[in-house]
Design a protein around this ligand. Structure first.
Ligand SMILES: Cc1cc2nc3c(=O)[nH]c(=O)nc-3n(C[C@H](O)[C@H](O)[C@H](O)COP(=O)(O)O)c2cc1C
Length: 186
């Protein structure tokens, strides 16, 4: 029955309608070396999303989006205060999709974590819990190294020089492609 050409094209058309474009936005805070902004720009291109800073967001407006990415550098083991404060002001939502991203200037072995992913679990936790409490479903998380000249590090040229690098940007693109194709548990 499904070999009939007309039925096939009708099924395809219906599926295409199901794949309505996902309206996405990125809420970003990035200041130290604009490391996280570099990642956000890659996401924005793939997802056809605009980038706004927390101060530009009216908490109600995020309701209009199907997918919201929240990201910043990691400062004192968490996302930037302005992002966390914005999330506190957001209205509750029902099963809205979000993802979290960051760049981190930590040497991997900090605080006993073996990999940057382990560190992300820890330093994304405050934002993750705040978003979950508002009803957001976190479909994926991204972290990569970022150039860090904070405090005494600047005395010897900083760490993670050149990061995010080409490979980090490629990973970011792949991550966003997966979000777009809905293969991240969405
Ligand atoms: C004040 C300050 C505190 C920081 N604290 C941490 C930290 O606790 N853990 C970490 O991994 N990186 C830390 N960093 C490094 C930044 O996370 C890293 O450089 C990041 O890529 C900066 O992102 P941005 O350029 O988008 O602001 C800190 C940087 C600054 C300026």
């Amino acid at each position: 029955m499904y070999n009939d050409k007309k039925t096939k094209s009708r099924i395809r058309a219906e599926n295409e309608n199901d794949r309505s474009p996902v309206k996405s936005i990125l809420v970003l805070y990035s200041y130290h070396h604009h490391n996280t902004e570099k990642i956000a720009k890659v996401f924005a291109k793939v997802l056809d999303a605009e980038i706004k800073w927390p101060k530009e967001i009216n908490p109600e407006e995020l309701q209009e989006y199907d997918l919201v990415g929240f990201g910043s550098g990691i400062y004192s083991s968490k996302h930037h205060e302005s992002l966390l404060e914005l999330v506190d002001k957001l209205p509750e939502v029902t099963d809205k999709k979000a993802f979290i991203f960051s760049t981190s200037g930590a040497p991997i072995a900090i605080g006993g974590q073996k990999t940057l992913d382990d560190y992300a679990i820890k330093c994304h936790s405050l934002l993750r819990e705040k978003l979950k409490a508002k009803g957001y479903r976190i479909i994926d998380e991204f972290i990569c190294a970022g150039f860090n000249t904070n405090s005494f590090l600047k005395l010897f040229g900083g760490i993670n020089k050149g990061r995010p690098n080409v490979e980090d940007l490629k990973n970011a693109e792949e991550f966003a492609q997966n979000l777009k194709q809905g293969t991240n548990g969405s």
